[in-house]
Design a protein around this ligand. Structure first.
Ligand code: G3H
Ligand code: 13P
Ligand code: NA
Ligand code: ZN
Length: 328
C-alpha cells in the first residue's frame, strides 16, 4: 500500500529502527528493492531524483512504483521525491501522487549554491503548508553535505554544493535545527554530519569516528519529534569495486560510510538513510562480470538479471542491518 513517510518513520521511531531510502531510475532497481523487501518483510521508501525524472520520465517512475505496490500489496511503500529544488517542483510531484517530497532549501535552485537560512525557511515552510494539506510528508535539509575527511561536497555532476566547505557548513547546528523545525513544521530533517553524495567520500579506510555521532545525538535531543535523515549513506562495498576493476573498470581507491556507523546513528534518531551509489556499484559490477565471462551473450535480460540479483542482495543486507526487516 502507498503510505506517507510520516507514518513509516513514526513507526520506525517507535520501534527504534531505520529505513533505507533507495533511489530508483529503472525497472531493475525497483524489482531488486521490492524483492529484498518481500524476502525480509521490510517497509520501503523509494525516491526519484531530478536525474531520475529526466532519465525515465515522471510518468514512468510513478507507474513503476504503483506497479510495485500492486504486485507486493502487503508491503508499505512510500513514494518520495528526492532533492526538490523549489516549492513548484514539489507541488508537481504532489499532484502526481507522490506521498512524500523533499524540499532541499539548503541550496539555491541551481542545486549548487548554498542558500541563506531565511531562504531555506521560506521555501520549506511554503512546501509544508501545501503538502500537509494533501496528506503528504515533507523532508527539509539544513547544512551542507560534505566529507569530514576531504571537506568536499561529493560528486561533481550530482546534487550538492560546489567546492570546499567549512566545518561549520558541514555540521548542522542543533539550535538552528530546533528553530528551523519550529518555523517550518517539517516531518523529517536531513542533517549534515560528515557524509557526502557519490562514490568518493573518503580516500582512506574510514576511522570509527568519521561521522559526527555526537552532533547527531545533540540534534536529536533538541528535536526528538523530528525524524533525522542521513543522505550520502552508501557504504561503497569494496568487493564490488574490486569486481568492477577486475572486469574492465577503472575506479580509484575510495571508501564509503561504514554500516556500523549508520547503525550508531539510528540509535540517536536517524530514521531515513539515503542510498543510491551502492546499488549503482553492484549493478555495474554484476553486469561487467557477466559480460566478460559470457562474451557471446546478447540478451539484455541475462545481464540485467545479474544486476537485479546484486542490487537485491545489498538492499536485503541494509534492511537487516538497519532493523527494518520484519517491520512491514
Ligand atoms: O542525491 C543524489 C542521488 O544520488 C541522485 O543522483 O541526480 O544522479 O539521480 P542523480
Ligand atoms: P549516496 O550517493 O551515498 O548513495 O547517497 C544518495 C543520496 O543521498 C540520495 O539523496
Ligand atoms: Na530525500
Ligand atoms: Zn541526497
Amino acid at each position: 500500500a502507498l503510505i506517507s513517510m510520516r507514518q513509516l518513520l513514526d513507526h520506525a521511531a517507535e520501534y527504534g529502527y531505520g529505513i533505507p531510502a533507495f533511489n530508483v531510475n529503472n525497472l531493475e532497481q525497483m524489482r531488486a528493492i521490492m524483492e529484498a523487501a518481500d524476502k525480509t518483510n521490510s517497509p520501503v521508501i523509494v525516491q526519484a531524483s531530478a536525474g531520475a525524472r529526466k532519465y525515465a520520465g515522471s510518468n514512468f517512475l510513478r507507474h513503476m512504483i504503483l506497479a510495485a505496490i500492486a504486485e507486493f500489496p502487503h508491503i508499505p511503500v512510500c513514494m518520495h521525491q528526492d532533492h526538490g529544488t523549489s516549492p513548484l517542483i514539489c507541488q508537481r510531484s504532489i499532484a502526481m501522487g507522490f506521498s512524500s517530497v523533499m524540499m532541499d532549501g539548503s541550496l539555491m535552485m541551481d542545486g549548487k549554491t548554498p542558500a541563506s537560512y531565511e531562504y531555506n525557511v521560506d521555501v520549506t515552510r511554503r512546501t509544508v503548508e501545501m503538502a500537509h494539506a494533501c496528506g503528504v510528508s515533507v523532508e527539509g535539509e539544513l547544512g551542507c553535505l560534505g566529507s569530514l575527511e576531504t571537506g568536499q561536497a561529493g560528486e561533481e555532476d550530482g546534487v550538492g554544493a560546489e567546492g570546499t566547505l567549512s566545518m561549520e557548513q558541514m555540521l548542522t547546528d542543533p539550535d538552528e535545527a530546533a528553530d528551523f523545525v519550529r518555523q517550518t513544521n517539517v516531518d523529517a530533517l536531513a542533517i549534515a554530519c560528515g557524509t557526502s553524495h557519490g562514490a568518493y567520500k573518503f580516500t582512506r579506510p574510514p576511522t570509527d569516528d568519521i561521522l559526527a555521532i555526537d552532533r547527531i545525538k545533540a540534534i536529536h535531543q533538541r528535536i526528538p519529534g523530528t525524524h533525522l535523515v542521513m543522505h550520502g549513506s552508501s557504504s561503497v562495498p569494496q568487493e564490488w569495486l574490486a569486481v568492477i576493476n577486475q572486469f574492465g573498470g577503472d575506479m580509484p581507491e575510495t571508501y564509503g560510510v561504514p554500516v556500523e556507523q549508520i547503525v550508531e546513528g539510528i540509535k540517536f534518531g536517524v530514521r531515513k538513510i539515503n542510498i543510491d551509489t551502492d546499488l549503482r556499484l553492484a549493478s555495474t559490477g554484476a553486469i561487467r562480470r557477466f559480460l566478460a565471462e559470457n562474451p557471446s551473450e546478447f540478451d539484455p535480460r541475462k545481464y540485467l538479471q545479474k544486476s537485479i540479483d546484486a542490487m537485491s542482495a545489498i538492499s536485503a543486507a541494509r534492511y537487516e542491518a538497519f532493523g527494518a526487516a520484519g517491520q512491514a
